[in-house]
Design a protein around this ligand. Structure first.
Ligand SMILES: NC(=O)c1ccc[n+]([C@@H]2O[C@H](COP(=O)([O-])OP(=O)(O)OC[C@H]3O[C@@H](n4cnc5c(N)ncnc54)[C@H](O)[C@@H]3O)[C@@H](O)[C@H]2O)c1
Length: 595
């Protein structure tokens, strides 16, 4: 039978503790909220009050409910107050010695059958439990930030946790309206093990000045539909907490270099830039604890406004007849540009034209375009099968097959045909743009314009500048993106640019987690959606992208960066070999033939 839990204590009222107190009080459970001293207790009380006041302002809580909620919370300094509660959740800083000391004291203070839970993100629950005389009653209860909002709780059982303790905590999570996944005691559990390598990598891209903070965040939001970018998320988590989690994961998780905290993180902690809670982290906030970002010295000045100068670009050439080429023709034609489409033959031009008509008609059906707009867009496109027709365009976007020799030959011929000063862009997603630039006599005019599929829908374009691209070319390229209502992010010419470089290692890590039998595809998908607010879990996404595509991109990243942690998961290779390529063939990680 599941344990009944009527009263709860929370130790530590920081970012997580205050949120966890709110979760219990909102669900009608009495909470004893404990801090180390009066000042910290007052801060915790303020955090709770601020959060419930916001909920009232947003109409998510009535005045009466707020009063009842606050009534359920008792505040106290020191652990002695916890002698009568049924469950304690510890949420103090991520330091093993501190947590072990607190668990030793809790063991002394709390009643014999009380359950002791830790909210640790990365430390060993087993090591914490052995600081008590009741390791069988110790469990991990890992809430996600912000605790009142995120639905997931990871329940961590050690090899000695009693089954009835686990079932009691599972039942409690249901009462709280949370979805739980129960897992073993491994560094980072599910979500953080998949998240923190990605966050650390994003910081390393910033440190290397590979892209700006705004561009890194915008790329992941717009390119992957994530609720926030990695640097904004680091600020929400707390830079000091993130440092401790990475450090522990590095030491516990097989010394994977990708978890070794990037030096910039340590410097920020030393400088007191702890994220939202201190009012400044990667971004600057209105005041400590506020989610409102205010401009600072790193904020781009008037970028959107000054970036509308598209130079003299009126006529655009698009080379290719595939999905991307068709989408890009549509994007430019709908934005009012004259478009010259160049394919390899009349048949390909006919097919591309049909595909464009179908897509435009869909936009009409969906009410996003009227019939006159459709006809005008179609009327702006000229169809050709000879590159010579690109002699008078102001921009060329190359979207032919992803083969270096083919693209290089095309760029060499563009060099012969196009006017001087024309921007020559490639949509490659994996080849080095510099290879194409040096196939011409004008490398300063060559840039990457990496659109996302479907191009008419996705709001992001990665503008890839090589070491030879001129500032003027980058400025025109970014302005053109804005002119076609896309959000440009500028990045350097490295494998995967921003989005793929950050996305695919995470997907590959998820495959490795299943391969190691730590968790299942279903639980991992749940964890990332409910714990991190991702629109799709990694396995859902892999099946949509195609396992062969994912494997090819991961191989490129591995070959370019030689990072051992980027080696493609053997399970991914085996599934591709077996022909399980995802939705497109009816089977990938999941079987779609029976649905
Ligand atoms: N921040 C996140 O996004 C997040 C998410 C999930 C889990 N966690 C985990 O939650 C735990 C707390 O992290 P946080 O981000 O809330 O940290 P935090 O620094 O915001 O808060 C920690 C709080 O603990 C208090 N404290 C310190 N020593 C204490 C003691 N002896 N007795 C009582 N209180 C004490 C501090 O005064 C502070 O208020 C960590 O284990 C962390 O890994 C954090």
């Amino acid at each position: 039978m599941a344990r009944s839990i009527a009263s709860v204590g929370v130790v530590g009222l920081g970012t997580m503790g205050a949120g966890i107190v709110e979760v219990f009080a909102r669900n009608g459970i009495d909470v004893l909220a404990v801090e180390v001293g009066d000042a910290a207790l007052e801060r915790g009380r303020e955090t709770l009050r601020g959060s419930v006041d916001r909920a009232v302002r947003k109409g998510k809580l009535s005045e009466d409910e707020r009063a009842a909620l606050l009534e359920r919370v008792t505040f106290a300094v020191g652990l002695d107050a916890l002698h009568a509660v049924d469950l304690v959740i510890e949420a103090v800083p991520e330091k093993l010695e501190l947590k072990q000391r607190i668990f030793g004291e809790l063991d002394r203070v709390c009643k014999r059958d009380a359950i002791l839970a830790t909210n640790t993100s990365s430390l060993s629950v087993t090591e914490i439990s052995v600081a008590t005389s009741r390791p069988n009653q110790v469990v991990g209860m890992h809430f996600f930030n912000p605790a009142p909002v995120m639905k997931l709780v990871e329940i961590v059982r050690t090899v000695v946790t009693d089954e009835e303790v686990v079932t009691g905590i599972e039942a409690l999570c249901k009462r709280l309206g949370k979805v739980d996944v129960t897992i073993g005691d491994r560094a980072g559990f599910i979500a953080n093990a998949l998240l923190f390598g990605y966050l650390n990598q994003a910081v390393s891209l910033l440190e290397a000045k590979y892209a700006s903070r705004e561009d890194l965040d915008a790329a992941m939001k717009l390119g992957c539909g994530l609720p926030m970018g990695p640097l904004a998320l680091m600020d929400l988590i707390g830079i000091d907490t993130a440092y401790e989690i990475l450090d522990t994961m590095y030491r516990r998780g097989g010394r994977d270099r990708r978890h070794a905290p990037v030096p910039l993180i340590k410097q920020m902690v030393t400088a007191g830039l702890l994220g939202r809670k201190s009012g400044r982290g990667f971004y600057t906030y209105e005041k400590p604890g506020s989610p409102v970002v205010v401009p600072d010295e790193a904020t781009p000045v008037g970028a959107a406004a000054s970036g509308l100068d598209t130079g003299a670009v009126e006529k655009v050439g698009v080379v290719g007849s595939g999905t991307m080429a068709t989408g890009i023709i549509e994007v430019f034609a709908r934005a009012g540009f004259e478009v010259v489409s160049v394919t390899r033959g009349a048949e390909q031009s006919g097919r591309t034209c049909e595909a464009l008509k179908t897509s435009l008609n869909k936009a009409v059906v969906r009410g996003r375009l009227d019939e006159a707009g459709r006809d005008a867009a179609l009327g702006r496109v000229t169809w050709s099968a000879t590159v010579e027709h690109l002699a008078d365009v102001d921009l060329v976007v190359e979207a032919v097959v992803e083969e270096l020799s083919v693209k290089k030959a095309l760029f060499a011929s563009l060099d012969e045909i196009c006017k001087p000063g024309v921007v020559l862009a490639t949509t490659t997603s994996s080849l080095p743009v510099i290879e194409l630039a040096v196939a011409t006599e004008r490398p300063a005019d060559v840039v990457g314009l990496h659109f996302f599929n479907p191009a008419p829908v996705m709001g992001l374009v990665e503008v890839v500048r090589t070491i030879r691209t001129s500032d003027a070319t980058v400025a025109t390229a970014t302005a053109l993106c804005r002119a076609v209502r896309k959000h440009p992010v500028v990045c350097a010419d490295r494998s995967g640019f921003v989005v793929n470089a950050l996305l695919f290692p995470y997907l590959n890590d998820a495959v490795k987690m299943v391969e190691a039998s730590y968790s299942t595809a279903d639980d991992i998908d749940h964890a990332m959606k409910l714990g991190c607010g991702y629109p799709m879990g990694p396995f859902e996404l892999l099946d949509v992208i195609g396992l062969d595509v994912a494997l090819a991109i991961q191989r490129e990243l591995y070959l370019e960066l030689r990072e051992p942690g980027f080696a493609p998961a053997p399970l991914l290779e085996h599934l591709v070999t077996a022909g399980y390529l995802g939705r497109k063939v009816g089977r990938g990680f999941r079987d779609y033939s029976k649905r």
